[in-house]
Design a protein around this ligand. Structure first.
Ligand code: SF4
Length: 217
């Protein structure tokens, strides 16, 4: 798409009137473009849908009651309790299995049941799923494929109430979310370079990470 064809959106805004109601909406504002009818219909979901209303209220309560006071680990546990979750699916990357284990201890300490499934479950060499040898990190060797669809299926069979991602790869997380029956939240967004703080590349984009504005191939 040509640059001038791009539709303007919130990243082009400096007014943020939706947030504070102290300025005005820009012409391209998606709030202005949204009908009262659609907002009402969404409000119905937040207030009365059996799943959306519970999740929405729990998210608001976690934010409102402990804003800036507790870590995301604690927020996830509080959220789980507020939606009445009994069994938590911990969906772990093998590279973060120790952190996943620690998290299961937190769940245990809070009286929550859990099942933890690591990404290499199924033990299939990448070549079995069509990944060429040259696409492996170490070509010519057994290299277990991540298996997010299997992770989701196991969680679905276990009838988890909430699935928590601990560091799945980009894209594998997408497949897991697509195939998960239960709602999903992310505890850890994996970044192998920045020790799971992907925002650091954005914070550092003024100098050390200027390269992110170059074409990424
Ligand atoms: S919704 Fe409108 S006012 Fe809010 S950030 Fe987006 S463009 Fe700006």
């Amino acid at each position: 798409m040509e640059k001038n064809e791009r539709c303007l959106s919130c990243s082009d805004c400096g007014l943020y009137h939706c947030d504070k109601q102290d300025k005005h909406y820009p012409e391209f504002c998606p709030t202005v473009a949204t009908s009262e009818e659609e907002l009402r219909e969404i409000g119905e979901l937040y207030m009365h849908d059996p799943t959306d209303s519970v999740v929405f209220r729990a998210a608001a309560a976690v934010e409102g009651e402990t804003y800036g006071k507790i870590t995301r680990v604690e927020e996830v546990v509080r959220f789980a309790k507020k939606i009445g979750a009994k069994k938590i699916g911990v969906v772990s990357c093998m590279g973060l299995i120790n952190e996943a284990k620690t998290f299961t201890k937190v769940l245990q300490a809070n009286g929550l049941d859990y099942i933890c499934i690591a990404c290499k479950t199924g033990a299939q060499d990448k070549s079995k799923y069509g990944i060429p040898e040259e696409g492996k990190i170490h070509p010519g060797q057994y290299e277990a494929s991540c298996n997010p669809i299997l992770q989701a299926r196991i969680m679905n069979r276990a009838k988890t109430d909430l699935n928590v991602i601990v560091g799945l790869c980009v894209g594998h997380d997408s497949l897991f979310m697509k195939h998960s029956d239960a709602i999903v939240t992310t505890l850890v967004a994996k970044d192998r370079v920045l020790l799971h703080n992907p925002a650091a590349a954005l914070y550092g984009s003024g100098f050390y990470y200027r390269r992110i504005f170059e074409e990424i191939k």
